[in-house]
Design a protein around this ligand. Structure first.
Ligand code: SF4
Length: 176
């Protein structure tokens, strides 16, 4: 059975910076949870950050790839540099996905860790910029397909393609 890495906050875990969750009401996620497919994971908590914690953004509106490559930092609203924690969390997420054999993920949009299409622009003014979070960028570099929580239908198509392909790792996957 294909496993799916999922942002823990989408599963109702109170791990967000503000101490809350962003519980998804998506029926497919609920079904996958009942089937035991989901591996709930919070990169920021696993990277060593507390709950609650100051909001953090990638400086300069850069995406997660720039953080992975050392071209941008992740800064918290209180000015502290949390780049190391974000990188540790991304590596832990990749390890969790590999341990579970997960080849796809459904993550929380807009997060500096889990965003798939957009992240906040580094100004702490609520503006978003196109880009991926740090964990998303690392997972994708290692061949794991990542979908935002508003694109579960595409994730389901990806899951179907993986399961119909038979052999692990040989699927030709549809795009997000
Ligand atoms: Fe949710 Fe990801 Fe933020 Fe953790 S790091 S609270 S899983 S969006």
């Amino acid at each position: 059975m294909e496993r799916i890495l999922v942002s823990a906050c989408l599963m109702g875990r109170r791990v967000r910076y503000d101490g809350g969750a962003k519980t998804s009401s998506d029926e497919r996620l609920a079904a996958w949870r009942r089937e035991g497919r989901l591996v709930a994971f919070c990169p920021e908590v696993q990277g060593g950050l507390p709950v609650p914690r100051p909001a953090a953004e990638i400086e300069g509106g850069a995406g997660g790839a720039a953080v992975l490559d050392g071209r941008a930092r992740v800064l918290a609203a209180d000015g502290s540099d949390v780049t190391a924690e974000f990188l540790a969390g991304a590596r832990a997420a990749l390890a969790a996905a590999r341990d579970a054999g997960a080849r796809l993920a459904v993550l929380k949009e807009g997060s500096p860790s889990c965003g798939t299409l957009a992240v906040y622009d580094g100004t702490f003014t609520g503006r978003r910029a196109a880009g991926r979070g740090v964990t998303t960028a690392l997972l994708e570099r290692h061949g794991i397909r990542v979908f935002g929580e508003d694109h579960v239908e595409e994730a389901a198509a990806c899951l179907d393609a993986l399961e119909s392909s038979g052999e692990a790792g040989s699927a030709s996957l549809p795009g997000p």
